[in-house]
Design a protein around this ligand. Structure first.
Ligand code: DGJ
Length: 715
């Protein structure tokens, strides 16, 4: 609910309140973000907060005032939320209140994904600010939902100067909170090593600048941050978080000032960015999601998981159980023919899988990664039946058929490049740089986007393709002008939105050299994302654990692959690989035709298990119980929202002599109910499981897992 009481705007979520006001000078002053306050007429200025009331009268400085959308240079000297080079040749600005509006709906962001209404009752507050001197109008949007503790924010900047101006930075939000002993928690990594959890203490100065200019949201830094009380942990403590619904270059900064405030900014990375606006034109930022929880990191994650599952995805698959797939990539790489593919598919069906996915190498003359990207025509030497024929054969086996594309990329050795050398991203006069032997297509051009839409659609129209793996395998370089990256992503979102709308039954899975574009912008169209090319079960403990900080388990694609693992050579048991992949969108990526009958028997049991666990993994509340970044043990749990069922997975990395395992305490159960562990037929009390805990029985070997599947016993 959003109310205005006097000069104070009060935004209420389920358990939270967010307040700001318009002071006597028209500045938008942040007042409060935290546990829910009753809706009443507050008079905080009068009660001793005069510092907030005006900054004109006695030389009071904006520097000392927490603001909703601060500028640099007019008495505030910290990192600004926006910067516009105006007709006078400077960037000094002061936006003051002009008007407001409250509507009973979400705010649809132009050309980019945003939170949908779902079955919630959202309200959006629009605040219009104006700086007549600089010729800027800014409309801040704040959307709240009746049953969430989130605030979706974005900004539109309009040129009202009568002439051209340049937006040099426009963050989606600023949040200023009174300083205490805070730490920042964020996700960083690299290829095969995505989303490590990192913490840093927030002391004075710009203590965090997690900005990315690699062209995509990247393996390196995820567009997500938590600002937490220094004592906060998984289960308790006050935590603020911000996550951006965006897939391009992004930036999150945290600055701690001399007045005892912390300023958090999140949005498009200002580095490499500039956006020219003619008079009357508008620049709109992506949407950023704020969350506050007093239940620690876990509280933030569960809130984001719910929001992303229910209000972000445009796909009808978001709430549907996902098919258990087999992907041929690690089974064959480029070396396959139709018979080999069908033998894998046949075997997959016999074990109970739902979907066969044909990965890279089916088009052009692509026998390695050096050619043919862009030529989306089947290679009949490898697949004589064509994609339509192969899809039919796979369908006839009783499986859905899935297909890999990398539509944003092109090899110089391709028919498409020879026909359209001008379609790539490049700097005029400079040799364009290659990454994995490929260029990126220039999605800022409408005709290039149309080509991609048509090329992919033609295949989806002529063959019965039920799933698409949408890959993208290089960083973006050679950007021809500042702001190019954003133009590219506007093109990308148009492509995604057109294709996903035209083919609503197709399940899309995002991918970017593993998990190089795991963000809420992609999730809006593709409800699951390949999490990492590193499929080693032990490394996946960390990667999946870290990813779950912001993103739901139902988005985290996880496959059982062969051993020794192709990325790091580690050998783990089939059980360990299966148990760890179960907490994700489960699948296989190995040559099952080479497995022994004993292995296949175990695999069938995993599949049966997965089918049993799928609804829980799709809808439950996720609890991280033991952090694999901090020790030898990892544990996580998925608990049904109605407390009727839970799944616990514990893993031990290295076996130790004379081990004394500690009990793992579960969460989210009914204390007064009894639960049956369906694996061992043991009955536990909910109170016992939560307060005393359960001791994992790992056995004396490395990389061991222990799982418990609990079902509430109805009396
Ligand atoms: C990178 C992906 O992450 C892999 O899963 C695979 O699809 C390859 N690309 C294919 O080139």
């Amino acid at each position: 609910m959003i109310v205005k009481n006097g000069n104070i705007f009060h935004l209420q979520g389920k358990n939270t309140s967010y307040m700001f006001s318009v002071n006597e000078s028209g500045d938008l002053v942040h007042l409060y973000y935290g546990k829910k306050l009753r809706d009443k007429k507050y008079d905080w200025y009068i009660r001793g907060n005069s510092a907030l009331s005006s900054c004109d009268a006695s030389g009071k400085s904006l520097d000392a005032i927490p603001q909703e959308y601060p500028a640099y240079g007019y008495t505030d000297l910290k990192m600004p939320a926006y910067e516009v080079l105006n007709k006078n040749g400077n960037t000094v600005s002061r936006l003051t209140f002009k008007s407001y509006d409250i509507v009973d709906d979400i705010h649809p962001v132009d050309g980019m994904p945003y939170l949908l209404k779902g079955d919630m009752r959202p309200q959006t507050l629009y605040i219009t600010l104006e700086d007549k001197n600089a010729g800027i109008e800014a409309i801040l949007s704040y959307t709240v939902f009746d049953n969430y503790d989130i605030i979706a924010r974005n900004v539109r900047i309009k040129n009202i100067s009568g002439t051209k101006m340049t937006v040099q930075r426009a963050y989606s939000l600023a949040l200023e909170v009174p300083k205490s002993g805070y730490k920042a928690v964020y996700l960083n990594g690299g290829w095969g090593n995505e989303r490590n959890i990192k913490e840093t203490e927030i002391t004075e100065g710009i203590k965090l600048d997690i900005s990315v200019a690699r062209g995509a949201s990247s393996h390196d830094i995820n567009p997500f941050v938590m600002v937490a009380d220094k004592d906060a942990d998984e289960g308790s403590g006050a935590v603020y978080s911000a996550v951006l619904i965006y897939s391009g270059n992004h930036s999150t900064t945290v600055e701690s000032d001399r007045y005892g405030n912390i300023r958090l900014l999140q949005g498009i990375n200002p580095f490499g960015f500039a956006w020219e606006l003619e008079d009357g034109e508008v620049f709109e930022t992506p949407q950023s999601i704020l969350t506050y929880s007093e239940q620690g990191y876990g509280g933030i994650s569960r809130e984001l998981h719910d929001v992303f599952r229910n209000n972000l995805s445009r796909s009808k698959w978001a709430k549907k159980e996902r098919p258990i797939l087999i992907n041929n990539w690690e089974a064959t790489y480029f070396d396959f023919d139709e018979e080999k593919l069908l033998s894998i598919a046949r075997c997959a069906k016999e074990q109970g899988m739902d979907l066969f996915v044909l990965d890279d190498g089916w088009f052009g003359v692509r026998d390695n990664d050096r050619c043919s990207l862009g030529d989306w025509f089947v290679n009949r030497d490898k697949i004589p039946s064509g994609i339509d024929g192969l899809a039919k054969k796979v369908n006839d086996l009783g499986l859905r058929f899935g297909l890999w594309f990398e539509p944003e990329a092109i090899n110089p050795d391709s028919k498409l490049y020879r026909a359209h050398p001008d379609w790539i991203i490049r700097v005029p006069g400079m040799e364009p740089s290659l990454g994995r032997y490929e260029y990126l297509l220039d999605l800022a051009k409408d005709e290039v986007c149309d080509y991609i839409i048509n090329a992919v659609s033609d295949i989806l129209r002529t063959a019965n393709v039920g799933y698409v793996k949408w890959d993208m395998n290089r960083v973006m370089t050679d950007m021809p002008y500042p702001g190019y990256n954003h133009k590219f992503y506007l093109g990308f979102y148009r492509v995604m939105s057109t294709i996903c709308t035209s083919f609503p039954d197709v399940l899309f899975e995002g991918c970017a050299s593993g998990g190089g574009r795991f963000d809420a912008g992609v999730l809006a169209y593709m409800p699951q994302i390949w999490t990492s090319d590193n499929s080693d079960a032990v490394k996946r403990l960390q990667i999946q654990y870290g990813t779950s900080l912001a993103y739901p388990i139902s988005s985290i694609s996880a496959h059982v692959t062969a051993v020794p693992n192709h990325q790091n050579g580690r050998v783990t048991s089939l059980k360990t690989r299966g148990d760890i992949a179960q907490c994700g969108v489960f699948g296989y990526e190995l040559d099952i035709t080479k497995m022994t009958e004993d292995e296949l028997k175990e695999l069938r049991e995993q599949i049966t298990d997965c089918k049993k666990l799928r609804p829980l993994m799709l809808n439950g509340d996720f609890y991280r119980l033991k952090n694999p970044f901090e020790g030898n043990i990892c544990a996580w749990e998925m608990a049904a929202k109605d407390k009727s069922e839970a799944y616990l997975m514990c893993a031990k990395v290295l076996s130790e002599a004379h081990e004394r395992e500690k009990a793992i305490k579960l969460c989210g159960l009914s204390a007064d109910a009894d639960y049956l562990d369906t694996y061992t037929n043991t009955v536990y009390g909910g109170d016992e499981l939560m307060y005393k805990g359960i001791v994992p029985k790992f056995g004396m070997y490395d990389f061991a897992t222990y799982t418990v599947h609990l079902v509430k016993i109805e009396n």
